[in-house]
Design a protein around this ligand. Structure first.
Ligand SMILES: Cc1ncc(C[n+]2csc(CCOP(=O)(O)OP(=O)(O)O)c2C)c(N)n1
Ligand SMILES: [Mg+2]
Length: 342
């Protein structure tokens, strides 16, 4: 069996997270998982079409990073974007309606699963081309730095989190953006979600040096590897990187070691990954692990966590009802929202 790349257990103390924050993070992770499971159900029942890429297993990354940010910070995603959008505060009903192609979706039904967008929540988008979001996020961070440094706007202290996969980290845009981000000390977190696979291509087979975080120092920025199945470990790394970015000290490259529990997309039979590998990572389920932390440190009881699970189930069921009962975009307005309007 291949030796899995993991890190020593992060020693989280009770003080690491307050009860209130802990419950907020737990709820966010459960929302991500429950939402994605519901998507799978809707897809296989023929209610949802197109490519749908689920985030199951990677929840600690979205919640650990985004829940450490401010609501006016920016988030940039990929085609695996539902849970980033939810963590960024886009209401579940708006995300679900978008997946159903409805007018009430966050992209007015014009985007679908891979193109979630919300100006209101500073969600810069989901992007279907691999690595396409990296320059967009870099541009957003440049805007903040420009407003602050060139225009003297002291309120411009927003941080951008740019999420992408291990496969994207072999794309040229990644290297160009790392270069510019350090050069201009941009307030950005480059967050690589290394789930070991780019569709059916194993990361080890495609990459000269699989330790992606080492590419940070090559461009003059810190590179950090973190256990992407441990939300508190991710949160600790995020807090430090966010503080650096906000203080004008520039970007950080974060490589989160994680795993997707389902196939690449809902159309993928997922036959290439070994049973042993899947079992190894399933045993590290980030939600179960965080639930155990919360109960072990008496931050929450099993009953309280169960109550959150139930609340979220109802919220996601309501999101489906909302999506189903929402109107389709009108055919005569097909190109609306594509071009700027007067
Ligand atoms: C520029 C480009 N090349 C190829 C593809 C086809 N493609 C879609 S997803 C994907 C794999 C990307 O893997 P990774 O970046 O690790 O993200 P993950 O799916 O694991 O989240 C590829 C090659 C694409 N969408 N865009
Ligand atoms: Mg990947």
């Amino acid at each position: 069996m291949v030796q899995e790349r993991t890190l020593p257990s992060f020693q989280a103390s009770q003080a690491q997270v307050s009860r209130e924050e802990g419950l907020r993070i737990y709820e966010d992770m459960v929302l991500g998982r429950t939402f994605e499971d519901k998507c799978a159900e809707m897809y296989y029942r023929g209610k949802m079409f197109g490519f749908v890429h689920l985030y199951n297993g990677q929840e600690a990354v979205a919640s650990g990073i985004i829940k450490a940010m401010r609501s006016d910070d920016y988030v940039c995603s990929t085609y695996r974007d539902h849970v980033h959008a939810l963590s960024a505060g886009v209401p579940a009903r708006q995300v679900m309606a978008e997946l159903f192609g409805k007018e009430t979706g966050c992209s007015r039904g014009r985007g679908g699963s891979m193109h979630l967008f919300s100006a209101e929540h500073n969600l810069l988008g989901g992007f279907a081309f691999v690595a396409e979001g990296i320059p967009v996020a870099t541009g957003a961070a440049f805007t903040t730095a420009y407003r602050r440094n060139a225009l003297g706007d002291t309120s411009a202290d927003q941080v951008t989190a740019c999420f992408f996969g291990d496969g994207a980290a072999n794309n040229g845009q990644f290297f160009e953006c790392l270069n510019m981000a350090t050069l201009w000390k941009l307030p950005i977190l480059f967050v690589v979600e290394n789930n070991k696979w780019a569709i059916g291509m194993s990361h080890e087979r495609a990459t000269s040096d699989p330790e992606i975080y080492k590419k940070g120092p090559a461009f003059g920025m810190p590179g950090v590897e973190v256990d992407g199945m441990d939300v508190l470990a991710v949160r600790a790394v995020a807090q430090e990187a966010i503080a650096r970015a906000r203080a004008g000290e520039g970007p950080t490259l974060i490589e989160a070691l994680t795993y997707r529990f389902r196939g690449h997309s809902l159309a993928d039979p997922d036959e290439l990954r070994s049973k042993e590998e899947k079992e190894f990572w399933l045993a590290r389920d980030p939600i179960k692990r965080f639930a155990a932390h919360l109960t072990e440190f008496n931050l929450a009881t099993h009953e309280e966590l169960k109550a959150i699970d139930k609340k979220i189930e109802a919220l996601v069921a309501e999101a489906v009802e909302f999506a189903i009962s929402s109107p389709e975009p009108k055919p005569e307005e097909l190109t609306r929202y594509i071009w700027a309007e007067d």
